[in-house]
Design a protein around this ligand. Sequence first.
Ligand code: IMP
Length: 439
Amino acid sequence: MIGAQWGDEGKGKITDLLSKSADVVVRYQGGVNAGHTVVVQGQTFKLHLIPSGILYPDTECIIGCGTVIDPQVLIEELDQLEKLGISTRNLLISQTAHVTMPYHRMIDRASEERRGNHKIGTTGRGIGPTYADKSERTGIRILDLMDPDALRKQLNWTINYKNVILEKLYNLPPLDAEETIEHYLKYADRLRPHVVDTSLKIYDAIQRRRNILFEGAQGTLLDLDHGTYPYVTSSNPVAGGACVGTGVGPTMIDRVIGVAKAYTTRVGEGPFPTELHGEVGELLCDRGAEFGTTTGRKRRCGWFDAVIGRYAVRINGLDCLAITKLDVLDEMEEIQVCVAYEIDGQNCQDFPSSSRIFARCKPIYKTVPGWKQSTAECRKLEDLPKQALDYLKFLAELMEVPIAIVSLGASRDQTIIVEDPIHGPKRALLHADGTPVAV
Ligand code: IMP
């Protein structure tokens, strides 16, 4: 399951729904920049690293090797769950995931400040610098954390090296190596029972024909290789990232589900063709409670962009879609959908690779009527007002992919399951003509 836009598509709720049919839920990229809000029986859970499958007592949850782990935040999450009576014994952590260190967070924030007008608008959680060290081959991995002697040696060297950068480049105070090592050794003790070879665990689960859900964080357009570079995150949220970020071969993945909001949001900097600055944007923000789970930042809001949608279908090989937050559009007189872009007088159907060109794209809209009534209580497609159903069919038609799930609110029951996306027949979901067709 992946995000088909710029993240924050409401994946937390969809993961939570799909987790019911999953034996194992796996995170494969990103770190504590992600934030999933899940509401269960009136209780709100905010999770950054732990897959929301943890809320089901028998579901195994795995944090794969493609993630970056901030142990301090992970331990806070474990404590929060345990305090609420939710067992975390089913959480497994990859030995080869990289560890976010205090210098990563410091460098992330300081380098953003340095960029001035060119800033990316990161979450400031040290994500980019952790992945940079991984590529540079100076990273600390979970298995280093588990080996006190190796950790001491490696951190002594690395902290000395990073202190030069902190002091000379960013004018920041140096870190105390001994103090940092002591903190991380404590974190190691707390995490040790959860650390295993997760690739082996997943392979074993596949052999036993278990259902495994790979849960993408962020979204397609924040992908380091396929997103709106440089305004992206430093990992691969696309479906292909699930293989690299877990050690699972591509032939072992059966289907790919994309999650998209019924409109679009983006946090941080970078071009956003359908962004709305006036009253309508404010309305979407208010009705959709569009504030970041991790940073509390107000999200930028705009109309649904089908060019991006089609791109997400292609890059991820989507089998079907979950459309979330349809209810946020309930009060709209009319709704606009971006069907193509205009660049320098030319009609463009495909997402451009260059952010400079993307910034010049003007949306070509098709206007459709709103439904001006609440959909929050709808539980079947037939319960939806005609205009709302037409809107969904239009999206399915534009993206050439069927819709499996429609979400109409934060809680588990505010959902229309058109067809079970895990057990249902592949590509037999809500087609553009509105009929579920068996293949
Ligand atoms: P970073 O991942 O903190 O380096 O931030 C890079 C970009 O990705 C910024 O524009 C962030 O706002 C965005 N970003 C990172 N994580 C999320 C997320 O979970 N949801 C939405 N945007 C995110």
